[in-house]
Design a protein. Sequence first.
Lengths: 404, 89
Amino acid sequence: MKVLESGNHMVALAANAAAVEVVPAYPITPQTQIIEKVADLIADGEMDAEYIPVESEHSACAALVSASLTGIRAFSATSAHGLAYMHEMLHYAAGIRVPVVMANVNRALGPGWNIWCDHQDSISQRDTGWLQVYVASHQEAVDTVIQAFRITEDHSVLLPLMLNLDAFVLSHTYMDADIPAREEVAGFLPRYRPLWKLDPRKPVTHGSVVYPVDFSETRESMAIGQENAREVIRRAVSEFEEVFGRNHGDLIETYRLDGAKVVVVAMGSMAAESRVAVDALRDRGEDVGLLRVRFFRPFPTGELRELLAGRDRIVVLDRDFSYGNEGALYTEVKSALYRYADVPANNIILGIGGRDVTHTGIEELVLHSADGGLPEVTWGDSRISDGHLVTRDLLREFDELMDE
Amino acid sequence: MEEKEEVGYMTSVSRPVKGCAGDTGEWRVFKPVKDDEKCNKCLLCWVYCPEATISKDELQIDYQYCKGCGICAVECPTGAIVMVKEDKQ
């Protein structure tokens, strides 16, 4: 069914299409409309699921894990500080191997308090064991919710998945998209069949103490689950295309890479904006292409090695920063290429805390870095302004006070 | 090096079994002893016992599981429960 909806509402509609059975959630801007819509759908009798309002995000994730352990399909959504508050339980969900899916609306972590788009929240959860996908359009958000359960519930994966969509750029803008009917989805996404589940007829404690003699194996098992996910993602994406006729890429999506000397690497809506920049630069005779990293975990190491070797330059756009080093995506891209390709690279930090990212801005920065005119790591849109909260004027005012 | 067995899917599970440290009653150093003459059946000991070892109707202490924490003796308003050192080797 074609609808005109906000990205958040579309995620909720997709969760319904995916026959989700339990949704424990706690509201936080800019995620709130996702769970509001879920609550609406359930109240209106359009969604056959249990909604659990909880007292915190930590509990939301705990309930998500417990619900899934009973052998049903569970879904939740959060953002920024909510995700950070879940941190312990994120490790729990992955460590206990539940195939849950959670939407995270990418938002900056304060202070300074900021509800706008930024990837720092999910990047900070990189090593929890969750699969991470970053979508670039409303339709992709819908389709990825449905693909997500196919991927996580595969018996060779059984790890949770975090579906990241950019705050406001995707979450609050209205676009048209197709929401597949439940019956249509059922063929692609059959009922969840767990390997085993919690059952009072066979009482066990799941997630209990594991001594050094076994612990390493449980962690290697998670690493294997992530590795297996690569092929499972490719298969899910290609079967999804057969049924629904849409393909947003598997671990990556490429755009005008043929003959590209300079390749822009980006995630989420900045990659969608980069498509426009690539078109404009191509029109001006510049050989520029785009590689969108769709899955950050598992990381598309093989794809990057194959597609980035031999290029003149790579320009990695990061909407996050690993303080004391560089953008996280940049580190990952360089690490993938180590010993495979020696390509000059730039890291441009852009769109932090919801700063508007325009294709003209990207065009300018890409041209500038292709000339070798940018420091390796550049804060692409930083500027000094009197509007900043701590200005030089304010510091002067404090000079006297601090001397007392 | 030995050939490595494939790890595959692995997660942590434990099953309920008899405690390897024996009945918790064996951990006791002091034992609560109740004087039925002084007991006014207020049920405070039953309410406060963290191990649920005091029966509600008879107010009898189950020494198989009582760890001897002494909370009942502290809470008892009539001094009907006193803690007595266990005679153990």
